[in-house]
Ligand binder design. Structure first.
Ligand code: ARG
Length: 467
């Protein structure tokens, strides 16, 4: 086909079409075609606005909208022929519309691909942020169900990956829930920042034609809580700005870090050394060589994908750093990382939910691990504090008790009274009462702590939150 005819949208001042190589190099339709529903939604609203202000007739508007509807239908049915020589999603759709309705030639009035692509992407971000928020809720619900089913299971909590203090499994699962909740809030923020209508900014400086930006904004749902239109306030910023892209990728990258940290705990816990959990077969794989192996692949991939999500964020930061205002073609490269972050984050949330949902908790192993009396060494120091000993002194005394237990090769709670008293005179006859785990847990009763009463509160809170 002739290149000049392919470039009907801008070919007027050119005497030769782009080189074959340049077509391949510069096309984006292979990846931006997924914007088609948003592009068509934007074009329909733009046509409605043009008719509203009298720049096109009502009949032309109807023709354009009908044609766009048919094109969307064809795209959804897989019957639309995407053409590389038309470069991107916008020109493919415009060309297809032109072939159908003469009025299509008026659609691009007072519009540029610069404000068009900004609009498409903002519509995309609103959709994608809401969709990922829903995915995260799904994962949170799985965590909540797991916590509820195992509310009485206790495990050692770790700092420095060394046993620290006992916690309930539910308390740890709720820590993950909090992380995912903040992720969800980040997507709410992205949605809010995306919620400004770029159309009317034109290529850089708006238009000389009497358009109604607020009309378009309302049509596209770029409105505040009271339904008032939200339109961007500076045309140059609007076509150059990619902050929302970066924020979206950052929200995905941070969620990815959370997925990865959760995955790492699951990998450790499913190892023979820990054996706190066994992961579902459906999310593990075997070894082609070692018949006994069951590998935690879903978790390892969650860890790995987080690197990819961070890479996407970095691509966007580097892409925009140092770019002069306003639009530069470099910005076409902003879409693959965004789409990839969306797809992978959605997948990760689902896979994590699937892995958690099918996971079995090994109650015996958890009970054996948490029975380690050393986990209650801090409680022993607190005991001395209740006897009036300053905490620093109490800490030191309990440190000596731990050392004595090690030297005598007995568990902390099996040391003879006189040896314990040699470490500090304030150890009374009741010092061993500290090692009652149930009592120890019940005492951690403040907000944010793992007592059974607090866990109950959190279950109620999360149930309400995730309803
Ligand atoms: N495909 C282009 C992109 O993604 C659309 C905007 C093109 N604008 C332009 N002035 N060439 O950025």
């Amino acid at each position: 086909m002739s290149h000049t005819s392919a470039q009907a949208t801008w070919g007027g001042r050119f005497s030769a079409g782009p080189a074959e190589m340049m077509l391949k190099f510069s096309e984006s339709v292979s990846f931006d075609r997924r914007l088609a529903p948003f592009d068509i939604q934007g074009s329909k609203a733009h046509a409605a606005m043009l008719a509203h202000v009298g720049l096109i007739s009502r009949r032309e508007c109807r023709e354009i909208q009908k044609g766009l509807g048919q094109i969307l239908h064809e795209i959804r049915a897989g019957a639309f022929e995407w053409k590389t020589e038309f470069e991107d999603v916008h020109m493919n759709i415009e060309q297809a519309l032109t072939a159908r309705v003469p009025a299509a030639a008026r659609l691009h009035t007072a519009r540029s691909r610069n404000d068009q692509v900004a609009t498409d992407m903002r519509l995309f971000f609103k959709y994608a942020s809401a969709a990922l928020g829903e995915k995260l809720v799904g994962t949170q619900r799985t965590l909540l169900a797991l916590a509820e089913r195992h509310r009485e299971v206790l495990i050692p909590g770790y700092t420095h990956l060394q046993r620290a203090q006992p916690v309930s499994l539910a308390h740890l699962l709720f820590a993950w829930l909090e992380m995912l909740e903040r992720d969800r809030q980040r997507f709410d923020v992205v949605l809010d920042h995306a919620n400004w209508c770029p159309l009317g900014s034109g290529a850089i400086a708006g238009t000389t034609l009497p358009i109604d930006r607020e009309f378009t904004a309302v049509k596209l749902g770029f409105v505040d809580a009271k339904g008032r239109p939200r339109v961007t306030q500076n045309s140059m910023d609007t076509v150059a700005d990619r902050d929302v892209f970066i924020e979206f990728a950052a929200a995905c990258a941070i969620a990815g870090v959370h997925f990865s940290r959760i995955a790492e705990d699951l990998i450790l816990w499913s190892s023979t050394e820990f054996s706190y959990v066994s992961l579902p077969d459906a999310f593990c794989t075997g070894s082609s060589l070692m018949p006994q192996k069951k590998n935690p692949d879903s978790c390892e991939l969650l860890r790995g994908k987080s690197a990819r999500l961070q890479g996407n964020l970095h691509t966007l930061l580097t892409l925009t750093k140092g770019l002069p205002l306003t639009y530069n073609r470099d910005l076409q490269e902003d879409k693959p990382p965004v789409f990839d972050s969306f797809d992978q984050t959605a997948l990760c949330a689902d896979v994590l939910a699937g892995t958690l949902g099918g996971m079995k908790i090994n109650r015996e192993r958890c009970a054996a691990a948490v029975a380690d009396p050393a986990l209650l060494a801090t409680d022993l120091a607190d005991y001395l504090v209740t006897k009036g000993v300053p905490f620093r002194e109490a800490h030191h005394a309990v440190g000596r008790v731990v050392k004595l237990a090690e030297e005598n090769k007995v568990a902390l709670n099996r040391l003879p009274d006189d040896i314990v008293r040699s470490a500090h005179p304030s150890f009374h006859a009741d010092w061993k009462s500290v090692f009652d785990l149930r009592r120890a847990m019940a005492k951690r009763a403040g907000t944010g702590m793992p007592s059974p009463a607090q866990i109950k509160r959190q279950i109620i809170r999360w149930k309400k939150n995730l309803a």
